[in-house]
Design a protein around this ligand. Structure first.
Ligand code: KMH
Ligand code: ZN
Length: 279
């Protein structure tokens, strides 16, 4: 079985310090959390950024500051900015994260970014909106900028949308999917198997189990040959009712489970090879 890519979603846009005081807002805090995850074995940092007061932002200058700060501590990590941002942001705001130069890698744009392939209920009256036009526009721009999409899917229909976008030329193969389970679609072994069965041969996938689903979904992915995303964006607890001290602590737990199950952890270089990114 190939090695396990661990993605750390260190910050998110919705989670707050009231839920766990270790959720990062400032540039320094974001760099600290990225380093803890990287040192524990994460090869991808999925990145949202905040203003110092915790307000989510897609401001490209803030992304640049955070990416540069992370690079100093995690020289070879794959940094994957979000283009999802927060509910209610405009497409133009959201796309700013793909404009940021990855100076340390000599790249004009990030290596990867997320591409959300459909709309999703986010609780209460909140709807995370991604129309077909948004997806086509984001897909086209990401191809032009050489940014590999991580296709975010919150339910099965979003896989079908991604496949249609691929047919029309807005997403290139090999495709990499992130199944976010426990928001709209339930996080069960049956549903994960259904998602994995629904993507084309040659694709790669990771799973982000939300809340209490984080570690059960991670264990399933480790066994099934997929990859794993953990982090404060999806879950702030290391155990029931016990806030995690850091993103690194969440990553360490995944590494322990993987070790027990005999799955080796991918380095960033190995993750790049698995995902078809330039070395
Ligand atoms: N915060 C959500 C509205 C992504 O990063 O692309 C969107 C999200 C997905 O987190
Ligand atoms: Zn995200």
């Amino acid at each position: 079985m190939n090695k396990l890519i661990i993605t750390a979603a260190i910050c998110g846009a919705e989670v707050t310090k009231a839920q766990n005081p270790n959720v990062p807002y400032t540039v320094e805090e974001i760099a600290r959390e990225a380093e803890s995850a990287y040192k524990a074995g994460a090869s991808i940092i999925h990145l949202h950024v905040r203003k110092d007061d915790g307000t989510p932002t897609q401001d490209k200058n803030r992304f640049k500051e955070c990416i540069d700060a992370i690079r100093k501590l995690c020289p070879d990590a794959i940094i994957q900015p979000s283009t999802g941002g927060a509910v209610g942001m405009t497409d133009l705001e959201r796309l700013q994260s793909t404009e940021v130069e990855e100076s340390a890698l000599g790249l004009k744009h990030p290596e990867m970014a997320t591409l959300d392939c459909g709309s999703c209920n986010f609780g209460g009256d909140e709807v995370f909106i991604n129309t077909d036009n948004t997806i086509m526009n984001f897909g086209k721009i990401m191809i032009e900028r050489g940014v590999k999409p991580e296709i975010e899917v919150f339910d099965k229909g979003m896989i079908d949308i991604a496949l249609r976008m691929h047919k029309k030329g807005y997403i290139q193969a090999p495709m990499h999917f992130d199944f976010v389970l426990g928001v709209q679609m339930s996080a069960t072994a049956r549903d994960l198997a259904f998602m994995v069965d629904s993507i084309p041969q040659g694709s790669t996938w990771t799973v982000a189990g939300v809340g209490r689903n984080q570690f059960p979904m991670a264990a399933l992915a480790i066994i099934m040959g997929g990859h794993v995303r953990v982090g404060f964006e999806d879950n702030v607890y290391i155990d029931k009712g016990i806030p995690a001290e850091s993103n690194g602590q969440l990553v360490e737990k995944v590494v322990r489970i993987a070790n027990e199950l005999g799955r080796e952890i991918a380095t960033p270089a190995e993750a790049r090879a698995i995902l078809g990114l330039k070395p």
